[in-house]
Design a protein around this ligand. Sequence first.
Ligand SMILES: Cc1cc2nc3c(=O)[nH]c(=O)nc-3n(C[C@H](O)[C@H](O)[C@H](O)COP(=O)(O)OP(=O)(O)OC[C@H]3O[C@@H](n4cnc5c(N)ncnc54)[C@H](O)[C@@H]3O)c2cc1C
Length: 432
Amino acid sequence: MTFTARKNPETRTVAVIGAGAAGMMAAVQAARQGSRVLLFERNDRPGKKLRITGKGRCNLTNDCDREEFLNHIPTNPRFLYPAISGFSPQDTMQFFEELGVPLKTERGRRVFPVSDRAQDIVDALERECHALNIAFLHERVTGIRTTKGRAIGVSTASGNYDADAVILCTGGVSYPGTGSTGDGYRFAKETGHTVMQPTPSLVPLVEMGKFCAGMQGLSLRNIAFRIVKTEDEKTIYDDFGELLFTHFGLSGPVVLSASAHLSDITPGKYEARIDLKPALDEKKLDQRLLSDFAKYRNRDFSNALGDLLPQKLIAPMIARSGIDPSKKVHSVTREEREGLGRLIKCLRIPLLGFRPIDEAIITRGGICVKEVNPGTMESKLMPGLYFAGEILDVDGYTGGFNLQIAFSTAVLAGIHAARGADTNPKREDKTE
Ligand SMILES: Cc1cc2nc3c(=O)[nH]c(=O)nc-3n(C[C@H](O)[C@H](O)[C@H](O)COP(=O)(O)OP(=O)(O)OC[C@H]3O[C@@H](n4cnc5c(N)ncnc54)[C@H](O)[C@@H]3O)c2cc1C
């Protein structure tokens, strides 16, 4: 069966695949241009991933300027220049405030709803979609329909839908339980596009060995964290903040952020180095150890570190230090004490690799941006087909950059899909 949504021949119909952050924004923009919009979502409700962003608080953007923004995009930042220029973080903030969501800015210019509820962002987008009469179709799209080299609609299990333009916003393959299972990559390949290998980014790191497993569940705030390339001792990433030990290795904010800076991770190539006491230099730490050792001089060494380190860390650190845990504190030598100090300042965790992509916050890779017009988000290979959001081969660090990428690319895609302007220089070559 074919569904023809067009009533007035003047009105363009835009089909949007995926009602995530990008899809809902693209739908709103296309409808605001006067298009009839069909928004396809395989889940019962839109914005399933958006609802869990920022630990349920939704860090929707980063209130920085364009140059600063692009400095936080490790993959293809130049491609995003027109999108971020056209719809900036400040435009995102204005957009949501106008939809009735008050916002606040926290450390690192991270922007959240005042309510700390990601659901408010989803609700605002959904309300606006309804106000604009966007048709929500809770169906899984199975393919993009094409004729003579251009996109003319979508197919679902219930039939074919006609459209003047199609916007593909199916996200990546991370957290597949939210609906992002990579369908869009298949559609893109079927329509002649290159999909750059999807790999995890903003993902926990697996250690070599079992050191972290012994401290599973322990979260440390205010540590200094570095990733070093072992072959040349080059520091790849340097941060300060919170870290979590897990049964497989390391997670938590500084670790996820660090992962975005690592490429072609192979066993042993990188080492995490943790400074457990960044507020104390080596000399001050040694004084602190001396004073604790004086206080507990007649105890076993295993009972002397409770004032300095969290309980779960003590046994593994003692094992690493090589000092006999049953030795009396007063007989710990100066060399042993100084060695312990060095260990506390630089705990080394050799890394094996990333956790699987389905545990990643972001999928790196996706539609090759050379095949997409950066000023419109239209495919250079298939007129009438547009892309927005995580499906594109762009990604950002933590801090609201990834949702801003979704919003900015979606605004361009929505507006240009609705206008159908002939902005693609290669269009004439490719159409009938
Ligand atoms: C736990 C977590 C926390 C995060 N926190 C933040 C944060 O605080 N700030 C930030 O900037 N970024 C954050 N991100 C990243 C951010 O969520 C994504 O970058 C963003 O959601 C991408 O939006 P999208 O619309 O491109 O894709 P998605 O949000 O993945 O949406 C894609 C939609 O397409 C639908 N779909 C897929 N296939 C089909 C099909 N065949 N037919 C119909 N529908 C289909 C899916 O069901 C889904 O609803 C977080 C990610 C995770 C996993």
